[in-house]
Design a protein around this ligand. Structure first.
Ligand code: DX5
Ligand code: ZN
Length: 218
């Protein structure tokens, strides 16, 4: 797989001390920011004004994961704010190709996410429009859930399609990534790993990132 990235999720950070929490993960490749609207998923986190501030103070690039309905309407402003990468759920978009093009035109990488029950096959034609494919390895909504091993075939299929078509699309996995599960996800073909509890739940987030990176590199 291409180079491994560890993107800690600030969902597991202390929301009242975000600047200090961001400083703890300066050795990460990017910070994963989970935006939830209590509609697309049954949980509410933070919205655009907070993401904008995080963008201003973060020591690493931002990787936004939008778990929101009506995402065609709301995603472009995140790209306008200068985020490195903006990921929308295909289940929430009426026009995923149009949206991916809009994100790229605004200077962000375009990511597309699939819930665990969403098959990958219907979307393989969209790969050239994307910079990243996010395969959820838990049901989106909450941190601290167990990795779904039944997603491994989907990751393998994504890796096969990406390599077979020669497109430059990263394969991100999100949910239940630990020092144990990261190996299986990497072997299946993932190369960007989101980890919430396995980074912020540890005494040293910095050491946790290094340990995960060592295991995610095949
Ligand atoms: C879940 C979020 C994840 C979450 C992962 O809906 O998309 O990014 O923070 O948390 P862990 O790593 O604890 O499963
Ligand atoms: Zn996420």
């Amino acid at each position: 797989n291409p180079t491994c990235c560890i993107n800690p999720s600030i969902l597991s950070a202390d929301f009242v001390n975000l600047e200090a929490e961001l400083a703890k993960i300066a050795n990460a490749d990017a910070v994963h920011v989970d935006v939830m609207d209590n509609h697309f998923v049954p949980n509410l986190t933070l919205g655009f004004p907070v993401v904008e501030r995080i963008q201003q103070v973060s020591p690493v690039p931002l990787d936004a994961h939008l778990m929101i309905s009506d995402v065609d309407r709301w995603a472009p402003q995140y790209a306008d704010a200068g985020l490195a990468s903006v990921t929308f759920h295909v289940e929430a978009s009426n026009a995923p190709i149009k949206l991916a093009r809009e994100l790229r035109a605004r200077g962000s990488k375009a990511g597309m996410a699939l819930r665990p029950a969403t098959p990958i096959e219907p979307y393989l034609d969209l790969l050239p429009e994307l910079d990243m494919l996010l395969i959820m390895t838990v049901e989106p909504g909450f941190g601290g859930q167990a990795f779904l091993d039944v997603m491994l075939p989907k990751i393998r299929r994504a890796r096969q399609a990406v390599d077979g078509s020669g497109v430059n699309v990263a394969i991100q996995v999100d949910g239940g990534i630990t020092e144990e599960t990261i190996t299986r996800a990497a072997e299946a073909g993932a190369n960007i790993f989101v980890a919430g509890s396995a980074v912020y739940g540890m005494p040293s987030p910095e050491e946790a990132i290094n340990a995960l990176r060592a295991k995610g590199q095949l």
